[in-house]
Write a protein that binds this ligand. Structure first.
Ligand code: ZN
Ligand code: ZN
Length: 440
């Protein structure tokens, strides 16, 4: 298998003398299997030069599979310049997460409307197909591809491609689920010791991979001011990659304000951190033109999906109950969700339990600290009853500390979202919880 980086920049293309080494084009990575299956992760501005190279190879027809993590601009802006789509006889299969606003086709057509671009999407002569994915295992080209949601203020998928006896995992536009990676008192550096269920799932998804390509847009010093923007730091990636037994990590989605010196410094620090943790994790900062040839080094351990349901969220109408004793916050959350779901509200634990008894929701968004009965007590009652033992609960709280997070998961919450949160982040997390509920 061959992997080549065509775009390593996050947010906005950043050409210029300061970025000539690591590159200024936005996200695009080419993966070619030994059977010549072509998979392309994201279609940022880097896709333009990849497209030119594909055309220059002079193949009779090009068959490309484009795997979009999500449709933020820096991940799709190169698509109108993907020249193989302008040639009859070529085929382009586009994959992306279901549950964004509008279909994949409509979102891509939007940036090619006549106001923005001279050729409309439906005028492209190649055979273009659209595939909206949810979590689970898919076959793309001849490769086994697992998809799992990331933590980003938009529905965003990470991809794990297994082919040729190796696993390559693409996790771009993702933010840690919790400030604290490790559970207090647990042995550091093990997947089981990860505090937040979301981070643990993320680690399992990359477990034993030969190569992980991971968002590392910010330094730990910058991250505080950029929380909820949906990006990671190198120390998170190094720690979680080492715990997951990953062989090699490429840090990418470099911040537009980071020049080559700055990114090189991140690389040095990330390597020092890996050494300090006593792992043999090979970490580097991805640069444009970087090409890796991956050979199998041990038996590939195929990823086993935790969630076998692969529920489609598009055709279902979900009921969500929001519970909070602060009226302002309750109103904000209800307003954010009621465009998409049937939303009811309760202002106390006892009222919530009564409402659940009367009408079972698909998800409860539950405040932690409430007067008279707090969120943990509500959880205890829910989990003790067979009807509500598995009812998905998203805890929404200002309690960001390790003991509170641990108490939440020990009480059986499905997800744990901390304030301050952004509305797009909350709606994405709610949708992920719902996508993981079994189809009735
Ligand atoms: Zn991005
Ligand atoms: Zn994004």
């Amino acid at each position: 298998m061959r992997v080549r980086f065509w775009g390593t920049r996050g947010s906005i293309a950043t050409p210029g003398p300061g970025t000539t080494y690591f590159g200024g084009n936005t996200s695009c990575v080419e993966l070619t299997t030994n059977n010549d299956d072509l998979l392309i992760f994201d279609c940022g501005t880097g896709a333009h030069r990849l497209a030119a190279e594909l055309m220059a190879r002079g193949d009779k027809s090009i068959s490309a599979n484009i795997l979009l993590g999500h449709t933020h601009w820096d991940h799709i802006q190169g698509f109108p310049f993907f020249s193989p789509a302008f040639v009859k006889g070529n085929s382009v299969a586009i994959y992306g997460p279901q549950g964004s606003r509008g279909s994949l086709h409509d979102v891509l057509a939007g940036q090619m409307e006549f106001t923005y671009f001279p050729v409309e999407l439906n005028q492209l002569p190649a055979a273009i197909t659209y595939h909206e994915l949810t979590e689970g295992i898919h076959t793309i080209g001849g490769a086994r591809v697992a998809a799992q949601f990331l933590n980003h203020p938009a529905m965003t998928l990470g991809y794990r491609v297994e082919a040729d006896g190796v696993a390559v995992v693409y996790l771009v536009d993702h933010e840690p689920f919790s400030d604290e990676l490790w559970r207090g008192g647990a042995e550091l550096g093990r997947i089981e010791s990860i505090l937040h269920e979301g981070d643990r799932r993320h680690a399992k998804f990359m477990a034993d991979a030969d190569l992980v390509i991971h968002d590392a847009q910010y330094t730990p010093e910058e991250y505080g001011a950029k929380k909820t923007w949906g990006h990671s730091t190198y120390d998170y990636v190094v720690q979680i990659g080492a715990a997951a037994g990953v062989r090699q990590v490429a840090l990418t989605h470099h911040d537009p304000s980071h020049d080559d010196h700055f990114v090189a410094d991140i690389e040095r620090k990330a390597r020092a951190l890996a050494l300090q943790h006593g792992t043999d994790l090979d970490v580097f900062c991805a640069y444009e033109g970087c090409e890796l040839v991956l050979e199998p080094h041990s038996t590939l351990k195929p990823f086993v999906a935790e969630n076998p349901f692969q529920a489609s969220v598009a055709q279902r109408r979900f009921r969500v109950l929001v519970v909070d004793d602060q009226p302002e916050l309750l109103a904000i959350v209800v307003r954010a969700l009621e465009d998409h779901y049937i939303v009811s509200q309760a202002t106390s634990g006892p009222e919530a339990l009564r409402m659940i008894d009367e009408h079972m929701p698909d998800l409860v968004v539950l405040d932690y600290k409430m007067t008279d009965m707090d969120g943990l007590a509500v959880m205890k009652t829910l989990r003790a009853k067979p009807q509500t033992a598995k009812l998905p609960v998203l805890m929404l709280t200002a309690m960001t500390d390790e003991p509170s997070t641990r108490a939440g998961f020990e009480a059986g919450v499905t997800d744990y979202v901390t304030k301050p949160f952004s509305i797009p982040q909350l709606t994405a997390r709610v949708r992920v919880c719902l996508a993981r509920t079994p189809v009735p």
